[in-house]
Design a binder for this molecule. Sequence first.
Ligand code: GTP
Length: 181
Amino acid sequence: MIRLGSNSPTRAKILRSFNIDFIQNGGNFDEDSIRTTNPKEFCFMATKGKFEELYSKYGIEDMPLLVADSVVTCEGKLLRKAKDFDDAKSMIELQSGNKTSVISCMIFKSKELELIDISITSYDFMEFDKKDIENYIKSGECFGKAGAIMVEGFCKPYIKNVIGLESTAMGLSIEKLIPFL
Ligand SMILES: Nc1nc2c(ncn2[C@@H]2O[C@H](COP(=O)(O)OP(=O)(O)OP(=O)(O)O)[C@@H](O)[C@H]2O)c(=O)[nH]1
C-alpha cells in the first residue's frame, strides 16, 4: 500500500490501471510560490514542495509516499493548468500543429529508498480541428490538466510523432516506478 500525495484523478487512474494499492491524500502546496519559469526547474521544485509538505504531515512510517508534478512546454513557454476558457484556448492553439513536451517529475520515498525521476514525453501534433477545439473546451476536459491537453483523449488523433511514455504525458511515469514497488 502506498500514499498517493496528489489530488490528481489521472494519477489515481494510472495507479489503479497498474493494480497498485494506494490511498490518496493530496496537499495544498502553492505552486505560485515558485519563482522560476524554466519548465524542468519549475516541475522539480513543485514536486519537491509537494513532497516536503506531505512528508512532514504523514511521514513514511505506515506507508511509502509518492508525489508528482507535471508541466507542459511549447515554444520554450511554461504551460501549467489553464486558469479559464481563454487561457485553455490559447494554450491549445499554441500546441496545434506544433511540437510540445510534457515534463513529469515524481518523488517516491519508502523506508528502503528514495526515487526522484524527471521524464519528458515529446509530441509532434497535427493542426487541431477548430470545431474539435471548441467542443473540447466546452466539455471542460481541458481543465485540471497541464497545458490543457489530454494525450489519451483530445490530442490522440492528432499525434504525428511521440517520444517517451504516455504515462509521463498523463502525469505519472509509472513504468519507472514499478521496479521499486
Ligand atoms: N488525463 C490527463 N491528465 C493529464 C494530462 N497531462 C497532464 N495531466 C494532469 O494534469 C495535472 C497537472 O497538474 P499537477 O499540478 O501536476 O497535479 P494536480 O492535478 O494539481 O494534483 P497535485 O498532485 O495534487 O498537485 C495532473 O493531474 C496530471 O495528471 C493528460 O494528457 N491527460
